[in-house]
Design a binder for this molecule. Structure first.
Ligand code: SAH
Length: 514
């Protein structure tokens, strides 16, 4: 009998928005879950980390604009788990801090559905921290309190303001923007001084974070003037005085910037990590996918080439050429599949198009013998032509649709050339939560989009289609060809000095100073 996998639900916190504040456990669950049921508060940055194969359900709900009643959400969770799925219930902040995680756990417990709870970093503490406000400080306060500012429609607030005012503590209100005037007034009526420091932080930990620091008397008006909206955290207490001196998040080199990285998949998210390290919020969109060619298709042709390479390897020089890191990876996967030892080619020479490809090769213990100064196929072809002659063989392991500019100069020397496709590039393709990423672009919340090849431009455009106006985009391009492609679609462009990821990051940093 085919035993059905037991379904399970993880009620997990995703933190306040910055993907770096995901716990290791929640990050791993995002990778592994069959289906992710998420709220409106989950940031686009976090949504962009969901693998393409994963099903997603948006149950986003906002107070007084209910998208889906809690009852319905509970039912969905129970049903999905009943189907034997691994369900990740992803909630903003911590699931048990005004997150209604308790209600969801209640139902799952009742129905006997297995579940785990994964605590998250609550916005109540993290949002003030990103705005330079420590929720406690020995000199100012000995406790902090997290309070809901949300009152049921038409209902009376259940908050005991008298008690709060007596505490001389840090008071943190969630869901309180609408009720802000009332909160400040009631606290003053209860005896708190007009000049008690108070602050509001909107979209905390995100690139679009905004902060108003004032006092109880003036805060409501300033917040109204600044058009601060939910989600926002209100902080009342002396610790707010530290906000200016401690403000740090905007001061990071890329603080306040959101960057969309069209990284190919699968590939180390090295660029995204570096940008995050510099303070940027990073949306990761795999706009092209690299796939090894089907085995049958690959094998015969490549094995034949193999034989030829070995025959030549003694007569003339054999050049093994890579024009991408993906090509290097596919080549070594082939060696592994066919149980071929790299020492078979002990006399072969290796040429790479640029430093990224070179790095991929060096990681495997091979130092490239040739790399052109300008990282382009035509330049690599010219450089190889200077070193080859009639007896030689040039075998390029690369994408199915690769540049035609590589071989012509080499062919002129009389060398034998072999174009060996080992992978293909799928342009565009389905991605979960694409609409949320597009919305970030439309709302002008994406400062730059990075493109590391012309194909990433095409992939991005095919995914975004009519969702965005490319004229809104400032494209940071890796080279001339990529830039031409971005311009073709009407994007504004800048190009990195060198064709490396490091150089692209330098270009972005330079944009900050302009
Ligand atoms: N469980 C969540 C809170 C859910 S209630 C947690 O632990 O953080 C929703 C409220 O959280 C919002 O109304 C707002 O007050 C606060 N909030 C969540 N994320 C926020 C953010 N990035 N910036 C400011 N406030 C946030």
């Amino acid at each position: 009998m085919n035993e059905k996998k037991e379904g399970k639900v993880w009620i997990a916190g995703a933190g306040p928005g910055d993907a770096g504040l995901l716990t290791l456990k929640t990050a791993a669950l995002i990778e592994q879950a069959d289906v992710i049921v998420y709220d409106a508060l989950i940031s686009a940055e976090i949504l962009s980390l969901i693998p393409a194969r994963t099903k997603t359900i948006n149950v986003g709900k906002r107070s007084s604009r209910h998208l889906m009643p809690q009852r319905e959400i509970n039912r969905i969770l129970a049903e999905l788990a009943g189907e034997g799925l691994q369900v990740l219930r992803l909630k903003g902040g911590d699931p048990f801090v005004f997150g209604r995680g308790g209600e969801e756990a209640e139902l799952l417990a009742e129905e006997g559905i297995p579940f785990e709870v994964v605590p998250g970093i609550t916005s109540g503490v993290a949002v003030p921290a990103y705005a330079g406000i420590p929720v406690t400080h020995r000199d100012y306060t000995s406790s902090f309190h997290v309070i809901t500012g949300h009152t049921r429609k038409g209902g009376e607030s259940r908050i005991d303001y008298e008690a709060l005012a007596r505490l001389d503590a840090t008071l943190i209100f969630l869901m309180g923007v609408t009720a802000l005037p009332e909160i400040c007034e009631k606290l003053r009526e209860a005896g708190m001084a007009d000049d008690t420091p108070a602050a509001v932080v909107q979209n905390g930990t995100l690139a679009c974070q905004r902060r108003i620091v004032s006092d109880l008397l003036h805060l409501p008006e300033q917040v109204r003037e600044a058009k601060i909206q939910a989600p926002a955290v209100i902080v009342v207490g002396k610790v707010c005085r530290l906000a200016d001196a401690f403000s740090w998040s905007e001061k990071r080199p890329l603080g306040g910037r959101q960057i969309l990285v069209t990284r190919p998949e699968p590939q180390g998210a090295a660029m995204a990590e570096t940008l995050r390290g510099l303070g940027a919020q990073v949306l990761e969109l795999p706009s092209i996918r690299i796939r090894p060619l089907p085995k049958e298709e690959n094998r015969a042709k490549v094995l034949e080439a193999w034989k030829k390479i070995q025959e030549k390897d003694g007569e003339g020089t054999v050049w093994i050429v890579f024009t991408s890191a993906a090509g290097v990876r596919a080549f070594f996967e082939l060696l592994e599949q066919e149980q071929i030892d790299i020492r078979t080619f002990w006399k072969a020479r290796f040429a790479v198009i640029g430093s990224g490809t070179g790095m991929e090769l060096r990681r495997r213990g091979i130092r490239p013998d040739l790399m052109p100064e300008v990282y382009e196929a035509a330049e690599l072809g010219k450089a190889l032509a200077e070193q080859t002659g009639e007896k030689d063989l040039v075998a390029a392991f690369r994408a199915r649709e690769a540049s035609e500019e590589l071989f012509p100069p080499i062919l002129q020397t009389g060398a034998d050339c072999m174009d060996l496709p080992v992978y293909e590039t799928e342009i565009g393709g389905e991605v979960p939560c694409l609409e949320q990423l597009a919305a970030q672009v439309r709302e002008g919340k994406v400062d730059y989009v990075t493109f590391t090849s012309a194909s990433t431009v095409r992939g991005f455009i095919s995914q975004m289609k009519d969702r965005i106006d490319p004229g809104q985009i400032l494209a940071v391009c890796i080279g001339r060809k990529t830039q031409e492609e971005a311009k073709r679609y009407g994007m504004r462009t800048v190009v990195s000095e060198k064709a490396t990821v490091e150089s692209m990051i330098e270009r972005i940093l330079k944009l900050q100073k302009q």
